[in-house]
Design a protein around this ligand. Structure first.
Ligand code: 6PG
Length: 485
C-alpha cells in the first residue's frame, strides 16, 4: 500500500456488530465516502468484507493501521456496547490519533459519561463527540436519526458526513448539532424515555381493547393499521400491527400469546427517570412505563398476588366501536403528555448543563429514522417555532385543541379501566398529570402545612411575601421565619 492509498478513508467505524456493520455499510454506500473498518476480533471484519465486496471499505487489523488509513482530520465512529468497552476503545484511539482528529461515540452512553469523556479527550487536543443514534438495525443501514453533541469544530467536519447517512424527513436530514459535550446523548436518552412511554401506552390500548371487546390479536392488528392512517401515524403503531398479526409457527397461536409477558430493558428508560428525578421534572408517563416493565418482571410477586380480590362487578362494553374510538383518543392524549414531559426534561437538562438546545430542531430530527418517529412531530416543531419559550408543550394551541377533543374519551377509558380492574398505569398517570397542571389549587398547600407541623419546614402565603412558620406546639401563632428548609 502506498502512503496515499493508506490514508484514503474519510471516515472510520470501530465495532462491527450489527449496528456498527450496518452503519459502516450505510456510510460506504454514500457517494464520496471510503470507510475504514476495525473490530477487536478480525474475523468480524473479514465477514463484513466477504459479505459486501462491493462496499468501499478499508480494513484494519490494528488501531495503528486504522489510524493510518484515515485522512486528516481523522474521524471515527465507535459502535460498541456502552460501558467499559467504550472507555477502552476511546483510550486506544486517543493513543493512535492526533490533535484535531475526531472520535465519535455512537452508542447509547449515559450522558454524564459523555461529559466526563469529552473533558478528558479534549485535553489531548482530540475532539470527542457523543452522538445518539436511533433507528435500530434497519435505521443504521438505511438512515437513522442522529443526535450529536460535541464542539462546533467537530460538527464542521462531521456534519456533512452525518447528513449524508441520516434519514430524510420532508427533504431534511434527521441530524442536527444538539449542543456541546453530553447534549446529544442526553437528548437520545430522553428519546428513549419517550419510546418507553409510547410503547407502554400502545400496550395498554391493546390490552383494553382485547379485554374490553374480546377482539383477537389479528383483529386488533387491523385496528392499529387503521389508526396508523390518522393522527397516531407512527413507526411504533405500524410495528404493533405487525407484531399482533404474527402467528407462532410452532403452535399456530398468536405470537403475542406465546411471548413471556415480562418486559426487559437495557437501562436508558431508567436513566431518563433517574435524571428527571434529579432535575425535578415530572416525567410520570415515562416513569410508569419503566415501572410497568419492572412489575411485569416480578413473577413471584405476580403469582402470589393472582388471587387478590378484584372488582365485584366488571362493567360491560356495549358499543364496541365507540369504546375502541375512546381508547384511540385516550392514547393520543396520553402520547401528547409523554412528549410534553420529555420536552420538559430537555428544557431542564439544557438549563442545568448550559446547552443551547433548539426544541423545534429536536422534534424535526425525530420525524424520520428514529423509533419514535410520528406524524405529529411536525406539530411540535410548529409549536416551538411559534413560541420558543413555550412553558409546556401541551399549552400550545394545537395541543390544547387536541386535549379538548380527546379528554372525555380519556376520562371514560381511565375510569372504565379502574372499574374493570385493568391496569393502565401510563394512561392514568398521564391524565392525573394533566389534571394537576390545570388545577387552580393543588393539595400541595396541605403537604406544606404537614411539613411545617412536624419539621418546621416553613411555608409561603398566597397573600404576602416572606417565609412563615406556625408554632404548632405552642399557641399556634404564625411567625415570620428567617431560613427555610
Ligand atoms: C433506538 C432504540 C435503541 C434500543 C433501545 C432499547 O432509538 O434505536 O432506542 O437505542 O433499541 O435502547 O431499549 P431497551 O432494551 O431498554 O428497551
Amino acid at each position: 500500500m502506498t502512503a496515499a492509498e493508506q490514508a484514503s478513508a474519510n471516515i472510520g467505524v470501530v465495532g462491527l456488530a450489527v449496528m456498527g456493520s450496518n452503519l459502516a455499510r450505510n456510510l460506504a454506500s454514500r457517494e464520496g465516502n471510503t470507510v475504514a473498518i476495525y473490530n477487536r476480533s478480525y474475523s468480524k471484519t473479514e465477514t463484513l468484507l466477504t459479505e459486501h465486496p462491493e462496499a468501499n471499505f478499508v480494513p484494519a487489523s490494528t488501531y495503528e493501521e486504522f489510524a493510518a488509513s484515515l485522512s486528516k482530520p481523522r474521524t471515527a465512529i465507535i459502535m460498541v456496547q456502552a460501558g467499559k468497552g467504550t472507555d477502552a476503545v476511546i483510550d486506544a484511539l486517543t493513543e493512535a490519533f492526533e490533535p484535531g482528529d475526531i472520535i465519535v461515540d455512537g452508542g447509547n452512553a449515559l450522558f454524564t459519561d459523555t461529559i466526563r469523556r469529552e473533558k478528558a479527550v479534549r485535553e489531548t487536543g482530540i475532539n470527542f463527540v457523543g452522538a445518539g443514534i436511533s433507528g435500530g438495525e434497519e435505521g443504521a443501514l438505511l438512515g437513522p436519526s442522529i443526535m450529536p453533541g460535541g464542539s462546533a469544530e467537530a460538527w464542521e467536519t462531521l456534519g456533512p458526513i452525518l447528513k449524508s447517512i441520516a434519514a430524510i424527513a420532508e427533504g431534511e436530514p434527521c441530524v442536527t448539532h444538539v449542543g456541546t459535550d453530553g447534549a446529544g446523548h442526553f437528548v437520545k436518552m430522553i428519546h428513549n424515555g419517550i419510546e418507553y412511554a409510547d410503547m407502554q401506552l400502545i400496550a395498554e390500548a391493546y390490552d383494553l381493547i382485547r379485554q374490553g371487546t374480546g377482539a383477537t390479536p389479528a383483529e386488533i392488528a387491523d385496528i392499529f393499521a387503521e389508526w396508523n392512517k390518522g393522527e397516531l401515524e407512527s413507526y411504533l403503531i405500524e410495528i404493533t400491527a405487525e407484531v399482533l398479526r404474527q402467528v407462532d409457527a410452532k403452535t399456530d397461536k398468536p405470537l403475542v400469546d406465546i411471548i413471556l409477558d415480562q418486559a426487559g430493558s437495557k437501562g436508558t428508560g431508567v436513566w431518563t427517570v433517574q435524571t428527571a428525578l434529579n432535575l425535578g421534572v415530572p416525567v410520570s408517563g415515562i416513569a410508569e412505563a419503566v415501572f410497568a416493565r419492572a412489575v411485569s418482571s416480578k413473577p413471584a410477586q405476580r403469582a402470589a398476588s393472582a388471587a387478590l380480590p378484584g372488582p365485584s362487578s366488571v362493567p360491560t362494553v356495549d358499543d364496541k366501536a365507540a369504546f375502541i374510538e375512546d381508547v384511540r383518543q385516550a392514547l393520543y392524549a396520553s402520547k401528547i403528555i409523554a412528549y410534553s414531559q420529555g420536552f420538559d426534561a430537555i428544557v431542564a437538562g439544557a438549563e442545568e448543563y448550559n446547552w443551547d438546545i433548539k426544541k423545534g430542531e429536536i422534534a424535526k430530527i425525530w420525524r424520520g429514522g428514529c423509533i419514535i418517529r410520528a406524524r405529529f412531530l411536525n406539530r411540535i416543531t410548529e409549536a416551538y417555532a411559534e413560541n420558543p419559550g413555550l412553558v409546556a408543550l401541551v399549552t400550545a394551541p394545537y395541543f390544547t385543541d387536541a386535549m379538548a377533543g380527546t379528554q372525555d374519551s380519556w376520562r371514560r377509558v381511565v375510569g372504565g379501566a379502574a372499574a374493570a380492574g385493568i391496569p393502565t398505569p401510563a394512561f392514568s398517570s398521564s391524565l392525573a398529570y394533566y389534571d394537576s397542571l390545570r388545577a387552580p389549587r393543588l393539595p400541595a398547600a396541605l403537604v406544606q402545612g404537614q411539613r411545617d407541623f412536624f419539621g418546621a419546614h416553613t411555608y409561603k402565603r398566597v397573600d404576602m411575601d416572606g417565609t412563615f412558620h406556625t408554632l404548632w406546639s405552642g399557641d399556634r401563632t404564625e411567625i415570620e421565619a428567617t431560613d427555610s428548609h
